[in-house]
Design a protein around this ligand. Structure first.
Ligand SMILES: C[S@@+](CC[C@H](N)C(=O)[O-])C[C@H]1O[C@@H](n2cnc3c(N)ncnc32)[C@H](O)[C@@H]1O
Length: 210
């Protein structure tokens, strides 16, 4: 019920197609320096942020991770939606962006490399994750590396946990179908460029081996 109220009231700066000009310029600078790793010329639009976050049950999310924080457009929305007692780890590889995020979000646990997510959780003495929101340009990484990350995330999620990712192509879909137990996808036109949002659920049932 409370979660429905959160969703109803959640309006990330209207439904505009672009984020603020200042944020976009900063993002573009990072893209020009490191196009493969940043993966996009502008930050996600409010419409994409909304599509990423509306399916998550925030009341039931006590440990949250964001992979690829960038300039913080998704980070800010997660920080508004999460319950105050939750732990929120945001991974951002670029040191300059990470410093910037640390200044904007002093209550968020900032970490560098999303591929070291297990070590980070252990360092913070967190056992499992309730949800993971991913903005990494996964198709730009070697296949073995990105598939190992998906398996790691699946292992670290609690049963019933959610992994939500946006991507500009459908190339990740087969790996998501293989790794997770349920998958839904949506296409968000109101973003530059338009993007797929993949929502993946880890089965709530544990397999018992006799
Ligand atoms: C497409 S941008 C998404 C930024 C932001 N979440 C958004 O939606 O606008 C991808 C981000 O992932 C970061 N990134 C790339 N490789 C990473 C890694 N191994 N660990 C953490 N962040 C990484 C990039 O620096 C970049 O900021």
């Amino acid at each position: 019920m409370a979660n429905r109220a959160i969703k109803r009231n959640f309006r990330p700066k209207g439904d505009r197609i672009t984020p603020s000009i200042q944020q976009s310029l900063r993002f573009l600078q990072h893209f020009l320096k490191s196009p493969q790793s940043v993966g996009s010329v502008v930050p996600s639009s409010p419409a994409l942020v909304k599509a990423l976050l509306t399916e998550i049950d925030w009341e039931a999310s006590h440990v949250i991770a964001e992979l690829g924080g960038g300039t913080g457009i998704v980070t800010r929305a997660i920080n508004q939606l999460r319950v105050p007692a939750s732990s929120f780890l945001c991974f951002e590889k670029n040191p300059k962006m990470r410093r910037d995020l640390a200044g904007q979000f002093p209550d968020v646990l900032l970490e560098a490399d999303a591929f070291a997510i297990r070590d980070s959780l252990e360092r913070h003495q967190l056992m499992s994750l309730d949800c993971v929101v991913c903005g990494l340009p996964l198709v730009n990484f070697p296949r073995g590396k990105r598939e190992a990350l998906l398996t790691e995330v699946h292992d670290l999620l609690r049963p019933g946990g959610v992994f939500v990712a946006f991507q500009y192509t459908r190339r990740l879909r087969p790996a998501l179908v293989t790794t997770f137990d349920q998958l839904e996808s949506r296409y968000i036109w109101r973003n530059l460029p338009p993007a797929y949002v993949f929502t993946c659920i880890k089965s709530p049932f544990r397999l018992c081996h006799f």
